[in-house]
Write a protein that binds this ligand. Structure first.
Ligand code: FAD
Length: 769
């Protein structure tokens, strides 16, 4: 931060201070009436608001005017502020001013100082588009044209990208200088102060090195992404508010799944964009070499989120959405304008994909760690990594083993991990667990995923069933059953789903009837993973059918070797050994094996399902990583040309990177929250929804590239390193642990607070529903 900024804000947190002021200021000044007035005037911008911003000292506080290299703009505060500007579709050249002052401060400190003081207004045309279309610099003069440059109508100086021989360079041009012709034109968003320029030998000063241009472009992309995110967030609020109020067919329109799922998709797109933008912001601050890619990803994700949210908000509003008086059109035109101003999505996609194609391994590494305990967790990760390097290779699946051989290998691996505290990392040491945190558990699992280990048999057991048992069982039961489960001697299964109760779990029918000191279980479970190898089961039963369906459930743990239990395997695509039907005929379970309150089972189930949605440890849902697809795209041919030149393939690569980066960043933020003691949030639902679909999409496209060779099943490969296996196994990922539709319902109802679906059986005794 500059000295001047420090003087202004003293000991206060700059971001918090400015954000509070900005909220108040924009609320009062950027009113819909004022915005409509500006939208009617070509080349307008909100001069009064801009004056207030300058008078309040924001610009000076945000800018770096110090010619010394160490001084950088207050990027975090700027990102918060432009996000707020985006929410109000306000019209001020704030990011332009901060970026221009930063770029000019070393070479032209006086111009930079005038920009930071607000005396000079800067506009930028950084030209990510086709180089052929850019003005040309010849002997210090430029020739060419720039169309619709935002704030060009009111700018004193322009920062332009121009061609100079085979290079692109950044130049400064005075808008009032000779041989510069400015034209104001009516635009879809007049409030951007746009003007077109024609240069016919106008004087230009070259600024900095090619690195300066690169940094200015990336900074503009990051700040634009935050402005777009602000706009998209506001659209989501407007659409949700409207959907909660507007009635049709006797209910609020927010009760219709078509509307709910659309709004859940807005939310997911915005979260993804925010993830990418936050990652790019941290790269911008750190001067990371990954900035080029993350800035491109941020602008691609944020353009898409804003465009989608603004377009569909109008649809949610119906006819009123297309009226001049209603707010949605402000966002509709702003979204399109920002998406084009910053450079088309084709251009940014090229920036991203070309960078990825140059790399050996695309996507997969960690982002810079965030959160308070980053160094501790990094040490933990490093220890885990070196332990795994020593022990994991000997326990990897080589291909061609029988399921029994894999299970035996898996048991040995589990025992070894338990001896070192890497099995059941969050469970107390006294039971043989690691005594660690959720964050450590997740970090270890991420590292473990680098190897192809036979961990699948314990996925449900140690990630869901055993932690749930540990929450509810008595001390003596825990002392007896946790150690063998943690050492891998026992496997636990989760007996929730039934033929008539999957997504609608509370419709389960398997009964538990009182019998002396215990219960008799009768009925059927299905889709139970690894029941055939399980020693213990965590089961949900109906104990009182006279209560409404969510109220009469009770959970138990049951010895899977009890008389009356019969398990039958079900063959599924992609795996013939995993799932089972399990039949219960008068199976006795003592009451001491009850988990939680009598008839309070639904609360117990919900806690487990939250853990389940968080069970994914990577953004590729256990499938091949993007790097493998990029290699395939380099070597495969489409119509005689390298596949990596094909538009659809390039789009798939860009989308996959955006989803990886966004999810990774969301995940890192969630980890930081968990490290500070918070519960896992809704991020798990988003992650599962996106990752499972992404894996299926990418695998399908990979098979297209592989042609007939992709139809072959090679027994030495598996779903982690082979697109054919990955594709075959992908459909189940979108079902197990919550289907796509159920996850969207969860987002819509739990996060966006939209009404629940119509449920005719709600509140009705289960037996009469
Ligand atoms: C490989 C695998 C392993 C599994 N392992 C286990 C396990 O170990 N233990 C266990 O208990 N279960 C397990 N399951 C079951 C899993 O939890 C269920 O399959 C899942 O909850 C979906 O239920 P269902 O299959 O009955 O589909 P249904 O609920 O019948 O859904 C069918 C379709 O209807 C849609 N639908 C349903 N309700 C709604 C709604 N309200 N709004 C919109 N659309 C809706 C769904 O999205 C889906 O497209 C496993 C499943 C698989 C595939």
């Amino acid at each position: 931060m500059s000295t001047q900024a420090a003087d202004i804000v003293g000991d206060y947190d700059l971001s918090a201070l400015i954000a509070t002021q900005a909220q108040r200021l924009l609320e009062v000044r950027a009113t819909p009436a004022r915005l409509r007035q500006l939208l009617d005037e070509p080349g307008s911008f909100d001069r009064d608001l801009w004056r207030s911003v300058i008078d309040l000292g924001w610009l000076a506080a945000l800018s770096s005017q110090d010619p010394e290299e160490q001084s950088t703009p207050a990027w975090d505060a700027l990102a918060d502020l432009v996000r707020m500007v985006g929410r109000y579709t306000a019209s001020i050249p704030l990011a332009n001013a901060v970026i221009a002052a930063d770029v000019l401060r070393t070479q032209e400190p006086s111009v930079a100082a005038r920009i930071s003081s607000g005396d000079t207004i800067a506009a930028m045309a950084l030209g990510v588009a086709d180089a052929e279309a850019l003005p040309e610099l010849v002997r210090g003069k430029i020739v060419g044209a720039v169309a619709n440059c935002a704030f060009g109508a009111v700018a004193d100086v322009l920062l332009l990208t121009v061609r100079h021989g085979n290079e692109l360079v950044l130049v400064r041009v005075d808008t009032t200088g000779p041989n510069v012709a400015k034209t104001l034109t009516a635009a879809i968003d007049n409030a951007r102060g746009a003007a077109s320029f024609a240069f016919d030998g106008a004087a230009a000063t070259s600024i900095g090195s090619p690195g300066t241009l690169e940094r200015a472009r990336s900074a503009a992309a990051v700040t634009t992404a935050f402005e777009q995110i602000g706009g998209a967030e506001r659209c989501l609020e407007l659409a949700c508010d409207y959907a909660r109020e507007r009635r049709a067919f006797g209910q609020t329109i927010g009760s219709f799944q078509a509307v709910k799922h659309k709004l859940a998709d807005f939310y997911t797109a915005i979260e993804l964009a925010r993830g990418c933008a936050c990652a790019a912001l941290s790269h911008l601050k750190a001067g990371s070499a990954d900035l080029r890619k993350s800035a491109a990803a941020a602008v691609l994700a944020a353009s898409e989120a804003f465009e989608f949210a603004s377009t569909e908000t109008i649809q949610v509003f119906g006819a009123i959405g297309v009226t001049w008086e209603a707010p949605p059109h402000h966002f509709y035109t702003r979204a399109r304008t920002l998406a084009v101003e910053i450079g088309s999505r084709f251009a940014w996609r090229d920036v991203l994909v070309n960078a990825l194609l140059k790399e050996d391994t695309a996507a997969g590494g960690p982002l810079p760690a965030s959160g308070t305990d980053a160094s501790t967790i990094d040490e933990y990760r490093a220890r885990a990594r070196s332990w795994l390097a020593q022990h994991a290779p000997a326990h990897e699946i080589k291909g061609g083993e029988s399921v029994e051989e894999r299970l035996a290998l898996s048991r040995r691996w589990q025992a070894l991990k338990a001896a070192t505290g890497y099995s059941a990392i969050t469970l107390p040491k006294v039971y043989g667990g690691g005594g660690g945190t959720d964050l450590e558990r997740i970090r270890f699992a991420e590292e473990e995923l680098r190897y192809h280990l036979p961990t699948v048999f314990y996925g449900v057991s140690l990630n869901m069933a055993v932690p749930s048992f540990a929450m509810y069982a008595s001390e003596s039961a825990k002392a007896k059953l946790l150690p063998p489960a943690i050492r891998g001697e026992h496997i636990w299964c989760q007996l929730f789903s039934e033929p008539a109760a999957g997504s609608d779990l509370a419709a389960l029918r398997l009964t538990a009837r009182r019998d002396g000191e215990g219960w008799r279980l009768n009925g059927q479970k299905t889709w139970t993973s690894w029941a055939q190898y399980s020693d213990w089961g965590y089961i949900a039963t109906r104990t009182d059918a006279s209560l409404p369906k969510h109220k009469g459930l009770t959970c138990f743990y049951v010895d899977m070797r009890s008389p009356g239990i019969e398990t039958r395997g079900i063959r599924r695509i992609g795996s013939d050994q995993e799932i089972n039907e399990v039949f219960f005929a008068d199976v006795y379970v003592p009451d001491s094996q009850r988990m939680g309150e009598l008839n309070g089972g639904f609360g117990v189930i919900l806690k487990t399902l939250m853990i389940e949605r968080y069970a994914l440890n990577d953004e590729f849902a256990g499938g091949p990583k993007l790097g493998r697809f990029v290699s395939l795209a380099r070597s495969a041919k489409c119509g005689g040309r390298p596949a990596c030149e094909d538009g659809e393939v390039r789009r798939a690569i860009a989308t996959c990177y955006v989803e990886w980066l966004g999810q990774r960043s969301i995940h890192e933020r969630a980890m930081a929250k968990m490290a500070s003691g918070a519960e896992p949030g809704p991020e798990g639902s988003i992650r599962k929804l996106l990752a499972a679909k992404a894996r299926q999409r990418l695998s399908t496209l990979a098979l297209d590239l592989m042609g007939p060779a992709g139809l072959r099943l090679d027994p030495s490969m598996n779903e982690r390193n082979d697109f054919t296996y990955s594709w075959l196994d992908a459909p189940q990922l979108r079902i197990a642990g919550g289907t796509d539709d159920i996850l969207r319902n969860t987002i819509a109802e739990k996060i966006l607070r939209l009404p629940q679906d119509y449920r005719p059986d709600k509140g009705v005794p289960f037996k009469s529903a």
